[in-house]
Design a protein around this ligand. Structure first.
Ligand code: 5GP
Length: 126
């Protein structure tokens, strides 16, 4: 069910097309719940996107509409990817944009995973 006030899921968005194998990606992880791949325009030495397999537009949609198994499976996948990339010891950052003011570009829920250098301030000064 779409979340009230948010647009319906667009199955032509770029991540939906990656999930269907219509567009290639540099995959780092895949299981029943999640796919992780390198961002095409990395903003850190490690910049990986982790996306759920289900059709959720945003964090608002995913957190409200996904099943508990999907939510648990996705969160565990994010943790596994960070660990497998060797980021636990040095540390890393997770970020999810939601909606217009965040600058969310792709309307399929995703988490950015950044690492590989000191990451500085959480939100740059405006
Ligand atoms: P958002 O702004 O929606 O949180 O982030 C979308 C991210 O998707 C951006 O960091 C952008 O570089 C990345 N992106 C957009 N198109 C593609 C693509 O075709 N392949 C990959 N791997 N990343 C993409």
């Amino acid at each position: 069910m779409p979340v009230s006030g948010l647009p319906p899921y667009d199955d032509q968005n770029i991540f939906a097309r990656i999930l269907r194998g219509e567009i290639p990606c540099k995959k780092v992880f895949e299981n029943a719940f999640a796919l992780a791949f390198h961002d095409i325009h990395p903003q850190a030495p490690v910049h990986v996107l982790v996306i759920p397999k289900g059709p959720y537009c945003s964090f608002a949609d995913f957190s409200a509409s996904a099943s508990e198994a999907e939510i648990a499976g996705f969160i565990r996948a994010v943790g596994s990817v960070a660990k497998d990339l060797g980021l636990e010891a040095p540390g890393y950052r997770l970020l999810a944009n939601m909606g217009e003011q965040s600058g969310q570009e792709v309307p399929h829920f995703h988490v950015h995973l950044f690492g590989g250098r000191p990451l500085g301030r959480m939100i740059p000064a405006a």
